[in-house]
Write a protein that binds this ligand. Sequence first.
Ligand code: ZN
Length: 446
Amino acid sequence: MTPEEIRPEDIRPEDIKLAADRIAAAGDSKPRLARDPVNLPMIRNWLEAVGDPGVLGGLGLLESPETAPPAMIQVWTMPGLHGSRGDGDPLGAMTALLDEAGYTSVVATNCEQEYYRCLKLGDQVALAARLLDVAGPKRTALGEGWFVTTRSTWTCDGEPVASMDFRILKFKPGSAAPGASPGPSPGDEIIRPMVSPDTEFFWAGAAAGELRIQRCDACAALRHPPGPMCPVCGNDTAGYVVAAGTGEVYSYVVHHHPPVPGKKLPIVIALVRLPEGVRIVGELLGADRDEVRVGLPVRAEFIRIDDDLTLPAWRAVSAATLPPLVIDVTPTFVIASALATRDFQDVHHDRDRASASGAKDIFLNILTTTGLVQRYVAAWAGPDAVFRAISLRLGAPCHAGDTLTLTGRVSAEAGAEREIAVTGRCGVGDHVTATVRLVLPAKENR
Ligand code: ZN
């Protein structure tokens, strides 16, 4: 049989596993030099596309123009539009085999980068990669597919400067099964509230980013949860007021069991006392069980699940909370940032090809998401912070037309070191959850 006669169904899972074992056993590929040394024009293009539009120095580049943003590490060795990953590249070899087997679509799912030192202008980096793991076939919300994990190591004159574990999902477009999991569709499995004429205003408020409290038309008493009749005067007509969105924990439970669809247990459920006088139950997001206490100040957050449901929830307020950053993800932004990161996958710039592979539109590439996480934390940490690592997990794709809202908090600190937990939400749920490790400059530890 000639290679042209191989049909996808002729390639069995055992064949894929055997090939993966062979590629993994070969170890690191021969180091491949970056096309260009670390240079200012590529850094400036990246900053213009991914960085703060108002401030070219948004990542401290004006203060220290001799170093590259750490999240650019992957950019230097991208194969480019016509380039090749080189002979013996494990991701290229695995991708080719999975393409032949019919798993032609690809999304990135995880990226864990570690930075050993800053890259300076003129540094010539080289990339070696090895295959760590291939797992499948698995049912996912996108379709049947294989998870492929590689480890990349970048060196400069033989000195390791950064490393990355990178996982992609290669899947068959159009093979998604209803209810398949796990996958980037949190809206499929969440418990939905019953919406009645009495509670409709509350859920409409959540969708609009407002916490609405029912108010009696006759005596102006506030009440929650909403109901048909005023418990104070018995009147049966009511309007509402919009709460400030702040409160404090009045009581709470840590829920370990039974399982809750769409939730990873344990979760903290808090009864929150509002300054308006009523109490509201909700999940306390991102809460460390040891820091939850009665009296803890919290503020409301609104989690958009899909067009039909937005859930209010709570999050602890502290000095260690980063201000949110809202990014308008236009088609131009998706395309400009993909090209500035030298990622020429068609799903990031060609809408027809994106829908042919099962997406509803072009979507952000993972190199851009990594850059946005770094930009977000850098704006808080200041230009002299030293990034040690960025680790991120992608959930729902962030499509052109979406709004991406980044929030973050200090999740651990020791001396000048900080660990920042970052979440990026878009229309269909969490696009990214990330952890950033960095060292703050000594003079302004916070
Ligand atoms: Zn009343």
